[in-house]
Design a protein around this ligand. Structure first.
Ligand code: LRH
Ligand code: MN
Length: 388
């Protein structure tokens, strides 16, 4: 079994980034259920993200989504985040909610629409300059619904041109994270449907372009940890959008639907020695808490990532490697399963106490009075949501 001091040290410096939009109301095409106390502004989302970090100690940044988190002064927002013990992290562009984007954004047949989309992406880089963010995350809803609707290759040419324009604008310490998704909202072709398409574009652009793996964006049965191992080997894994799903892009709490898959993914990260911040992976959550209370859900999600990571850190690498070398299939699998079947909750509770935190972050948050405070304070105004 691994040296627990080293395991704790690795867990202590493992940071998980929170999505601002998961503090707001969200739902499906059938219904968006409102909740009392939901933030109404990026400032209130920042306050809530500060609470998750306060009780977990490992969520020191909040990703923003533009225009959902549009403010007049992004430097002020970054300072406000600092006042709440966190920082503004990844900047997410949004070219999927404007009427002009019905047939696509950067892949749209009309150059006017493509210029409009690229202008927004460049605005997002300006925002990164103001917030001090390293990463611009790009997910495009672009695609088609019927064969023949548009030329698949021509759309790739348009995409490559737009990405190159934005790439050239990046400062040397900034990165572009290109996210892929198999389908939805397009149902025949998606212009970046898989890791290979994202990787090809990233390799064509340069080293500051990396692939994002959203764990909800694959066909059922996809071996996601295989993709992770491959992207790490290629030096092109820029980050994760963590969530979980039973069927499609369900955006449920990470680790809720398939904790074993999350464990296998974190094993590949650790095997590549990429867990530490210098490994360059942005561990982000990307979830929708349609029915569950938002802040406790984010706290629980951070804990789920910690549990999967702790189990993966407990894999006895020497025993595993020896069994693999010897072709001892059962011993190799047992080395993984012994770690996975280890209850790491006492270890994590101890780690939190050593860090001056309550061993049970969800219970501590519930006792904090904050849930009642936001319900009492946040009356009137428009609760934040996707506004879809
Ligand atoms: C698309 C996606 C993308 C975000 C959005 C909130 O499904 O995963 O990462 O921009 O969700
Ligand atoms: Mn995502």
């Amino acid at each position: 079994m691994r040296d627990l001091t080293a395991v704790k040290a690795a867990l202590k410096q493992h940071e998980i980034e929170l999505p601002s939009w998961a503090f707001g109301n969200s739902g499906t095409r059938f219904k968006v259920f409102g909740q009392p106390g939901v933030p109404r502004t990026p400032w209130e989302k920042t306050e809530d993200a500060g609470q998750v970090h306060r009780f977990t100690g490992v969520a020191p940044s909040m990703a923003v989504h533009i225009p959902w988190d549009k403010v007049d002064d992004y430097q002020a927002l970054a300072r406000y985040a600092g006042d709440h013990g966190i920082r503004i992290g990844t900047v997410n562009a949004n070219v999927f909610q404007d009427d002009d984007y019905k047939l696509g954004s950067v892949c749209h047949p009309d150059p006017r629409v493509r210029r409009k989309a690229v202008a927004h992406l460049l605005d997002c880089v300006d925002i990164m300059d103001a917030t001090g963010s390293r990463d611009l995350k790009l997910w495009f809803a672009d695609g088609t619904n019927y064969p023949g609707q548009d030329d698949i290759r021509a759309r790739q040419d348009r995409l490559a041109e737009a990405l190159a324009t934005v790439y050239d604008r990046l400062a040397e310490n900034q990165r572009m994270l290109v996210e892929y998704k198999l389908f939805e909202p397009s149902f025949y072709s998606t212009d970046i449907p898989d890791w290979g398409t994202s990787l090809l574009h990233c390799q064509a652009l340069g080293d500051q372009a990396q692939v994002v793996v959203d764990t909800g964006h694959h066909a059922p049965g996809t071996n996601i940890e295989f993709i992770v191992a491959l992207l790490l080997r290629a030096g092109r894994l820029g980050g994760f959008d963590f969530n979980s799903r039973f069927y499609a892009d369900d955006d449920l709490m990470v680790g809720a639907a398939d904790p074993f898959q999350l464990f296998r993914i974190m094993h590949e990260v650790i095997r590549a020695d990429a867990l530490r911040p210098a490994g360059g992976i942005a561990f982000m959550l990307d979830q929708c808490h349609n029915i569950e209370p938002k802040i406790p859900a984010q706290i629980r999600s951070v804990m789920n990532v910690q549990e999967a990571t702790a189990k993966a850190l407990l894999i006895d690498a020497d025993t595993l490697a020896e069994a693999q070398r010897a072709g001892d299939v059962l011993a190799a699998n047992a080395a993984m399963m012994d770690a996975y079947n280890t209850d790491v909750r006492p270890l994590l509770a101890e780690l939190r106490e050593e860090s001056g935190l309550d061993p049970d972050p969800v219970a501590a948050y519930r006792r904090s009075g904050y849930p009642e405070k936001i319900v009492a304070d946040r009356v009137g105004g428009t609760p934040a949501s996707w506004g879809a």
